[in-house]
Design a protein around this ligand. Structure first.
Ligand SMILES: C[S@@+](CC[C@H](N)C(=O)[O-])C[C@H]1O[C@@H](n2cnc3c(N)ncnc32)[C@H](O)[C@@H]1O
Length: 279
């Protein structure tokens, strides 16, 4: 296996708020260099930038600190040379540190597991295992989390982290395409109280419909879905949308029209939709 050099790169903004803050920072810098603009306009733009840029750090500050195992996993993921690994052809999939959900979202998912008293959890899209381990920390000792991941390197990365935590014993990793795994779980009669969808955006509709149609999600169970704002693309003009943005916009329409569920879209990070199965 190729020796990959450890590197630490700053994560680029991948949420509507993060992108907004970065855009405003650039505008503030450009405007501050203009001598013909009023001090009032500059002050207003500065205020808008600080309002946007200060929110995420404040949410972090006010949220319970992550466990040492989660902090170590986030650190290890951030120093992994993902780009170099892909360039050398170790995998065909584009993975990057920005995929990791992180502290506030991890704590949110953990809180949801406590609130719902879920015992059986399914994660579709594990990456290096941050959200899986966060949810497992909230499961009772006899709870189980099944994590689907298609990339073998990433799955092994997560398994190594799970071995560092007593809660890792509650996690079972299913390697392979999520849709194939879902069929396999349904055929085995497995069902879940809580599902976290965070894999291929173009397959979100299929994950959702399979969970309902094959009763992988129990009645009164919950699905949390990540990236349902897709960097704002779902509400920006169509010309500003990527194929993933279009896929998520379609997913949001499908959920809104589905009579078996009720849902709310929260503006947490890149958008988190909470869905409850009502029948
Ligand atoms: C956004 S990341 C998941 C992040 C993770 N939930 C977390 O919070 O740290 C998406 C993951 O889904 C995986 N993935 C993409 N398509 C998949 C598929 N069809 N089946 C299973 N996993 C898939 C990718 O390899 C990647 O690791």
């Amino acid at each position: 296996m190729t020796n990959v050099v450890e590197q630490h790169t700053t994560a680029r903004p991948v949420t509507p708020l993060g992108i907004l803050a970065e855009e405003l920072e650039g505008i503030v810098q450009a405007v501050n260099e203009q001598t013909d603009l009023s001090a009032e306009l500059k002050a207003k733009l500065n205020f808008a930038w600080r309002l946007a840029a200060g929110l995420d750090p404040y949410l972090e500050e006010c949220t319970t600190a992550e466990s040492p195992a989660l902090a170590a996993l986030a650190k290890k993921t951030s120093v992994e040379a993902w780009t170099q690994r892909f360039n050398e052809g170790a995998t065909v999939r584009q993975l990057e540190q920005e995929m990791l959900s992180g502290h506030v979202e991890g704590q949110t998912l953990k809180m949801f597991i406590h609130m719902t008293k879920a015992k059986r959890v399914l994660e579709i899209g594990m990456f290096t295992g941050y959200s899986a381990l966060a949810m497992a920390e909230a499961l009772p000792a006899d709870g189980e989390l099944v994590a689907c991941e298609v990339d073998p390197y990433t799955a092994e990365f997560g398994l190594a982290a799970f071995r560092q935590s007593p809660h890792g014993l509650k996690i079972r990793v299913e390697l392979g395409s999520a849709l194939v795994t879902l069929d396999k779980l349904a055929a085995a009669g497995e069902s879940f109280d809580f599902v976290f969808i965070d894999a291929d955006k173009k397959e979100y509709v299929q994950y959702f419909q399979t969970l309902l149609d094959k009763n992988l999600l129990k009645r009164e169970g919950f699905i949390c879905v990540d990236n349902t704002l897709l960097q704002g693309q779902v509400y920006l003009p169509v010309g500003d949308s990527t194929p993933n943005g279009e896929a998520i916009a379609q997913f949001n329409r499908v959920v809104a029209a589905e009579e078996r569920v009720e849902q709310v879209l929260l503006p947490l990070r890149d958008g988190l939709t909470i869905i409850r199965r009502i029948c």
